[in-house]
Design a binder for this molecule. Sequence first.
Ligand code: RB5
Length: 145
Amino acid sequence: MKIGIGSDHGGFELKEEIKKYLEEEGVEFVDFGTNSSDSVDYPDYGKSVAEAIVDKVVDRGIVICGTGIGISIAANKVKGIRCALCSDTYSARMSRQHNNANMLALGARVLGLGLALDIVSAWLKSEFEGGRHELRVNKISDIEG
Ligand code: RB5
């Protein structure tokens, strides 16, 4: 599985920590920036990672901004994206098992590093359960048209 990762300036430091974690875990990733703490616009990075998933350059994505809100809203505008903003491991797990979330959003100014990495771990290791949840996820796609 290949992960796309991206952030704005508010999420830059956490992005770098998550990259270290992915390296330790042997998870392949592509970094879509940003590459410093200089101010940038979160929609650009949510869009880049989301489009890479739709284009099958990567399988799933992790995006980070200050709250995780802006970048998740932006990512969810891309057709085919189900980006879950998570601040706890239960939601992270459920976003995979029930919602087949193909992107995870985190708020770097909301979470401590330990919790953020636990959330990433739970999300990466959980799989979609299908079944009745598939029908519901398909209904989300129907809304997109
Ligand atoms: C940037 O200051 C901040 O607005 C952004 O990182 C994010 O929190 C937006 O939702």
